[in-house]
Design a protein around this ligand. Structure first.
Ligand SMILES: [Zn+2]
Ligand SMILES: [Zn+2]
Length: 138
């Protein structure tokens, strides 16, 4: 894989593996999902789920990942902090997550928070029915 690894953290092979999976993921992943992907390619069995948690903890400390949860599920999921971020619309029937191309907050300023609060992160999930499920209900 041909991307650059952020500076300021020691890149072991295991950390690179986890980073690569997050880098290529279409949506935030849980530690278990990351472990499942890594375990598939791991011939010498050097990974344990606890390894993944440790690596994700280190990434979080360095500000490389954003930790979040889906509202319909308490599982903690991780995504790389990149320039942009993605919001999702979640189907209430099949739980499919559809990424939204734009952020409704991108150009909003919140003057009412004034100097009292500096907003650095936000979350937004939309709920409804995907096309397939909407058609199936008719
Ligand atoms: Zn659906
Ligand atoms: Zn946003």
């Amino acid at each position: 894989m041909n991307h650059e690894y952020p500076q300021g953290i020691k890149w072991t092979k295991q950390r690179k593996d986890v980073y690569n999976i997050l880098h290529d993921a279409a949506e935030p992943l849980s530690a278990q999902q990351i472990y499942n992907q890594i375990a598939k390619a791991d011939e010498d069995g050097s990974y344990a789920p606890s390894t993944i948690y440790r690596i994700l903890g280190a990434f979080e400390e360095k500000g490389l990942v954003r930790k979040t949860t889906w509202m319909d599920d308490s599982t903690v999921v991780y995504e790389l902090k990149r320039g942009g971020h993605t919001h999702y619309a979640v189907c209430l029937t099949c739980h499919k997550r559809v990424p939204l191309r734009s952020c409704p907050f991108a150009h909003i300023h919140f003057p009412e928070t004034g100097d009292d609060f500096q907003i650095t992160e936000h979350k937004l999930e939309l709920y409804g029915y995907c096309k397939e499920c909407k058609n199936a209900k008719k």
